[in-house]
Structures are given as structure tokens and as C-alpha cells.
Design a protein around this ligand. Structure first.
Ligand code: SF4
Length: 328
């Protein structure tokens, strides 16, 4: 089956530093994944891990420095702005900040029908407003409100309505539950799951919230300093994380069921700078199980049982790894 989205060894470099000492820094350092129709893929990692940069690069909002992006079999990373415009009808993006991403001067009616105007799609806009609001669980009385008259959850629903307005095949959602109360987060996730099934959408979800991942994603990738360190089926990764960084992220995730609570793995807070990537395994400065080899030899992303992994000493269920034997 042709993947809907095929990202191959993608890199994004940023120019940084003072005028005479400018250098390129890799924000995304060579990641690959495929997304099949109807699938949801989650990108997980701490702030600064490169998730949002990767999403913007996929959508043509950020130039890439190497690699490629194919959508439905067509290479799209070299298309100019004009050639990308029609593709944005079928690849839509939901931005962070439910209220701030909506123009304060537009009514909900204008906001949800704006994609039709931007793309010159002729439609009965009053009927589309009603249809889209109903799809996201809002009634017509919201149509004349402005963003500041909406709660965070309602604003997010309007953002979802805009994203699905032109019947996209792919939605890229950046932190879809950020800034929302926990109870509202569940509603938004149920809405996304429901729309995915009803409309046959594929989704890429970017988040640092592991509850979101578990709730909506079929597969997931854990990112660290712009690289994937573990990818696999969400259930399998949650059941038995094999990369120490994944295990640490999961252990910090509040677990409502005390029987399923994991032993907390504390990591030093300091995330290395992209300007000074550690040698060897880039996680070795924080890894509780780093060995001498980890300081000098970078692990490659390789198949590991039911997933792909970049680690010399993967964790195994029920087995205790050797203690860290290099200085911090
Ligand atoms: Fe930790 Fe070594 Fe695995 Fe890196 S390669 S995650 S330092 S055990």
C-alpha cells in the first residue's frame, strides 16, 4: 500500500551564531517514518526535541536541508509556495494555543469558513458553518461569537472545525490539548478520535503529553535532540519501553491506576544544547544506564523486536540493567 506520508531521512538546519562565526545547527537530524491512510502517528519528546520543527517541515512551512517528504506518492519538499497551496487543502495543520491561534477580530462563522475563501472553494457558507460546527459538537449559536467569548475547549473545537473544513486527508495537530483542563482534554481527544473514524482522516499528533499519545495514536516516535530514539506501536511501547529516555518519560507520566504506576526514573534536568551535541549516544549525559561504549559510539536506529530503537543496551521487561558506570 502506498503510504499517505513518507518522510525519508529528513533534516532541518538553522543558521545561528554571530555574523563572522555563523554555523548550521540541526534541529531535526535525519528522521524517517511512514503514515498509512487512517493511521494516527504521535511525535513525543520534551520541549526543544524538534517535534514542531519536523511538523512544520512536513507541511512545507519550514525549509528542509536534506531528505525528502512524499505525500500520496508525490514528492512535495521541493514545491514552492504556490504549488504547495492546493496541497494545504488536503494536508491541514492545527496550531498550538487554542484561543491565540484564532483571529480576535473574526467571528466563529468567519473563522470556520476562512479556508473556503483562502482556497477559492465555492460553497454555501451558511450551510458549511452549520455542518462544521455540528461536526465538532457546537451549535449554531456559537457562529456569531468572537474568540475571546469562547472557553479553551470551545476555541479548540473551532480550530478543529477549521482544520477539517476542506475535507483534508491528513491533519497535523501540534499539542492539541495544550492549555486545556484535564476534563476538557478528554473531550477534545474523543472528538479527534471520532472525526478520524467518521471522516477517514490520518493524523500526525505532536505532543509532550503521554496521555494524549495513549488515547489517540496507533504508532509513536520518541524524539530526542531532533532524532528518533524509539518508534513502535503505541501499546507495545507503553507496555515495555526499551529506550531509557522513553522509560523516563513514561515514568514521569501520572498514572491514575496505582497498580500500574511505574517507578520514577529521575533524569538530570539539563538537556544538552543543539550547539554542543554530546559525542556517542547523545542521551549518555542523562542516561541512568550509560556505559563506557555509550560515550564514544552513537547507536543507530535498528529493528529491535516489535519496534525500532537507537540504544546499545535496551531495557528488557523484568530485567535490571547494569548501573551507570561513567561519571555524570
Ligand atoms: Fe543509555 Fe547507552 Fe542506551 Fe544511550 S546507548 S540510551 S546512553 S544505554
Amino acid at each position: 500500500m502506498t503510504p499517505l506520508l513518507d518522510v525519508r531521512d529528513l533534516q532541518v538546519a538553522f543558521r545561528t551564531g554571530p555574523m563572522l562565526a555563523r554555523r548550521d545547527v540541526l534541529g531535526v537530524a535525519g528522521v524517517s517514518f511512514r503514515l498509512h491512510p487512517g493511521e494516527t502517528f504521535a511525535l513525543v519528546g520534551e520541549s526543544g526535541s524538534g517535534k514542531t520543527t519536523l511538523a512544520r517541515a512536513i507541511n512545507g512551512l519550514q525549509p528542509i536541508s536534506a531528505g525528502s517528504v512524499h505525500f500520496d506518492g508525490q514528492r512535495i519538499d521541493r514545491l514552492g509556495r504556490a504549488a504547495m497551496k492546493p496541497l494545504r487543502k488536503v494536508m491541514s495543520m492545527m496550531f498550538q494555543d487554542p484561543v491565540g491561534s484564532l483571529s480576535p477580530r473574526m467571528t466563529v462563522r468567519d473563522l470556520v469558513t476562512e479556508p473556503f475563501r483562502i482556497h477559492g472553494v465555492r460553497a454555501e457558507l451558511a450551510a458549511e458553518t452549520t455542518r462544521l460546527l455540528a461536526l465538532v459538537g457546537l451549535n449554531d449559536s456559537f457562529a456569531d461569537r468572537f474568540a475571546h467569548q469562547l472557553s479553551g475547549g470551545q476555541a479548540r473545537r473551532v480550530g478543529v472545525a477549521r482544520a477539517i473544513a476542506l475535507n483534508p486527508r491528513l491533519v497535523i495537530a501540534d499539542e492539541p490539548t495544550a492549555g486545556l483542563d484535564v476534563s476538557v482534554q478528554g473531550e477534545v481527544l474523543n472528538l479527534l478520535n471520532d472525526l478520524r473514524e467518521r471522516l477517514g482522516l490520518s493524523m500526525v499528533i505532536i505532543t509532550h503529553n503521554l496521555h494524549v499519545v495513549h488515547h489517540v495514536a496507533d504508532r509513536m516516535a520518541v524524539m530526542y535532540l531532533g532524532r528518533f530514539v524509539e518508534t513502535g506501536q503505541t501499546d507495545a511501547v507503553f507496555r515495555a519501553p526499551a529506550h531509557p529516555y522513553t522509560a523516563a518519560l513514561l515514568s514521569a507520566n501520572p498514572e491514575p491506576d496505582p497498580d500500574k504506576a511505574r517507578e520514577r526514573i529521575a533524569l538530570p534536568a539539563e538537556v544538552p544544547s543543539l550547539l554542543a551535541r554530546p559525542a556517542g549516544c547523545e542521551f549518555h549525559t542523562r542516561c541512568p544506564w550509560a556505559q563506557a561504549r555509550c560515550r564514544t559510539e552513537a547507536p543507530e536506529m535498528r529493528p529491535h523486536g516489535d519496534r525500532h530503537l537507537a540504544c546499545h543496551f535496551p531495557l528488557a521487561p523484568g530485567a535490571r540493567p547494569p548501573e551507570r558506570d561513567i561519571p555524570t
